[in-house]
Design a binder for this molecule. Sequence first.
Ligand SMILES: Nc1ncnc2c1ncn2[C@@H]1O[C@H](COP(=O)(O)OP(=O)(O)OP(=O)(O)O)[C@@H](O)[C@H]1O
Ligand SMILES: [Mg+2]
Length: 308
Amino acid sequence: MTASAPASPRPPAGRPVIEISGLRKSFGPAAVLKGIDLTVNAGDVVCVIGPSGSGKSTLLRCVNLLERPTAGSIKLLGVEVTDPDVDIDRVRTHVGMVFQSFNLFPHKTVMGNLTMAQRQVLGRSEAQARAVALRNLEQVGLADRLDAYPAQLSGGQQQRVAIARALSMDPAMMLFDEPTSALDPELVGDVLAVMRDLAESGMTMMVVTHEMAFAREVGDRVVFMDDGQVMEEGPAAQVIGSPRTERARVFLHRVLNPTAVDESELGQTEPPQPGDPDYRPPPAGHGRAGRPGDGRSDGEGHVPLTVR
Ligand SMILES: Nc1ncnc2c1ncn2[C@@H]1O[C@H](COP(=O)(O)OP(=O)(O)OP(=O)(O)O)[C@@H](O)[C@H]1O
Ligand SMILES: [Mg+2]
């Protein structure tokens, strides 16, 4: 490959960038995606929400071919990527992916992390790659940390480096899979702010997230997935504010009210109080905040944070 490998084409706003139709994915007998239809146009920010195990990560992984679809079609920039003749590595250069767990190379500096793929995959010179890296580190507010190793950075800084690394490949679209879920709460805002700036710059984005404030504020559309299907899709304010399906309503209730009582408990009368004949003291450690299904441990959301 030459040193002048082209950047990804940026299609005009409104043109389809990601076109998914009839997408199915099974792992052995387990059907995980059961027929997904979804189009993301240039400049769109589509937030994907839904319960743990509903297939959100598998959907993103199919889009950049980390998983091979079992059936259906995925077009990226008009190219059918499930076609066996397509050069997958070339397709992937147009798709930036950011994971929950940063995935930086621990033995390389920030600059090394940002330049390696540019040089190896795009064939850029060291000087070109460094210039691009620096521009993207400035965008995420970390131009002063280019000589640091990942272990010397906070989780939020590492995730911003991971975003800058993906941007350094000049992708036409960015996929984010719960990019803030592994972060301490006080570090979430900086990462979301970088993502918001990216969205405002016109980047096409698919974002799996439990940050409902972000989805509302930055997402053009929200897709609610459950059990391998798109159950609802629409403007962020509508899907989050007044979901049509019962499943979305229950999910959003739990994510937006992480310390609330279960649906099954709704409508019950006041529980017995100490002194009542039916009163039973709770077992030790039975705090609501730590109950399975409430917190971040099961990937079903945590207290929404305001984007600065
Ligand atoms: N490589 C795999 N092999 C077998 N089963 C898998 C594989 N990857 C995912 N699955 C299964 O597919 C289902 C969907 O998983 P996926 O990771 O896409 O869900 P998710 O919506 O991203 O969940 P979470 O919110 O917990 O991240 C799960 O039941 C999971 O166990
Ligand atoms: Mg996932």
